[in-house]
Design a binder for this molecule. Structure first.
Ligand code: CP
Ligand code: NVA
Length: 309
């Protein structure tokens, strides 16, 4: 029997079992579920290819693989130089001869898809310019853990309509969570992703709204989420971005009308008193370290799903 490999390049690649992945992750985290067998990924090797720096993605994937009985190998941004030292397809073919699954952090979603096309083992997106799907799984896992539900809650994303925002739109749409993205007009989330999220939302009952006013957006929020204003690779735009996004800082004033017990999420790394005030990120509503831990639990469930096909 030919087994189809399963890539997870977008939140959409988990669409049929996204909630199941979240529930499995929650069960594994709480210890209710010891996975079917001991060390389910024994002997399996994850190759982790990074074109950009990382703390959480690298650590959570490596520790997660180890906990499942497998192992992980890290390749740093200087080593492979995909498309420069070697073509994307050659890298994909070679890696597929050594490892059982690839995690790739890329600059470009196009290169991500090309690598996946040529790899014969599953490829998991560890962030590119379009999406950060594993982050989204951890984000919604954190909300589920804290609020015991997802459907009907109000997620508010404030700041840059970037990769994290794109994945969150798809994730919220899938689980029936309402999402408002408050961004400057010039930095809205990706058009095609918004269209896709709206399509999905029709079936799940989620309400998707794009707006520019972060105060309106935060009115009635159950979750307020922000990310850096300067994503990796955008360092040259630092000054203009800081000026543009300043009104979008998540602080006590902005969140005055959020619902009682609202949660603050940030994928990290964070920049205190830039996209979020110190008082909010270090305050009682913040669950950012649970969220960081949940990367590992979510990814364990994703790895099991990717390797069980
Ligand atoms: N949130 C996240 O992906 O963090 P790293 O860049 O440290 O992996
Ligand atoms: N939007 C950020 C996320 C970092 C985890 C970036 O792409 O750099």
């Amino acid at each position: 029997m030919i087994e189809l490999k399963r890539d997870i390049l977008s939140v959409l690649d988990m669409k049929d079992d996204f909630e199941q992945i979240l529930n499995e992750a929650l069960k594994m985290k709480s210890g209710q579920k010891k996975t079917q067998k001991k060390d389910p990924l024994k002997g399996k090797v994850l190759g982790m290819v990074f074109e950009k720096p990382s703390l959480r993605t690298r650590m959570s994937f490596e520790v997660g693989m180890t906990q499942l009985g497998g192992s992980a190998i890290y390749i740093s941004p200087n080593e492979v130089q995909i498309g420069k030292r070697e073509s994307v397809s050659d890298v994909a073919n070679v890696l597929s001869r050594y490892v059982d699954v690839i995690m790739y952090r890329a600059f470009s979603n196009q290169v991500m898809r090309e690598l996946a096309k040529h790899a014969s083992v599953p490829v998991i997106n560890g962030l590119d310019d379009m999406e950060h799907p594993c982050q989204c799984a951890a984000d919604l896992l954190t909300v589920l853990e804290k609020k015991k539900a997802l459907k009907g809650l109000q997620m508010v994303y404030v700041g840059d309509g970037n990769n994290v925002c794109n994945s969150l739109l798809l994730g919220c749409a899938l689980v029936g969570m309402n999402m408002r993205a408050a961004t400057p007009k010039s930095h809205r989330p990706d058009k095609d992703i918004v269209t896709k999220a709206e399509e999905i939302a029709k079936n799940t009952g989620a309400k998707i709204e794009l707006m520019s006013n972060p105060f309106h957006a935060c009115d009635g929020a159950d979750v307020v989420y922000t990310d850096t204003w300067i994503s990796m690779g955008q360092e040259a735009e630092k000054a203009e971005r800081e000026a543009l996004f300043l009104p979008y800082q998540v602080n006590d004033k902005l969140t005055e009308k959020a619902n009682k017990d609202w949660l603050f999420l940030h994928c990290l790394p964070a920049h205190r008193d830039m996209e979020v005030s110190t008082a909010v990120i270090d305050g009682p509503h913040s669950v950012v370290f649970d969220q960081a831990e949940n990367r590992m639990h979510a990814q364990k469930a994703i790895l099991l799903a990717a390797l069980s096909k």
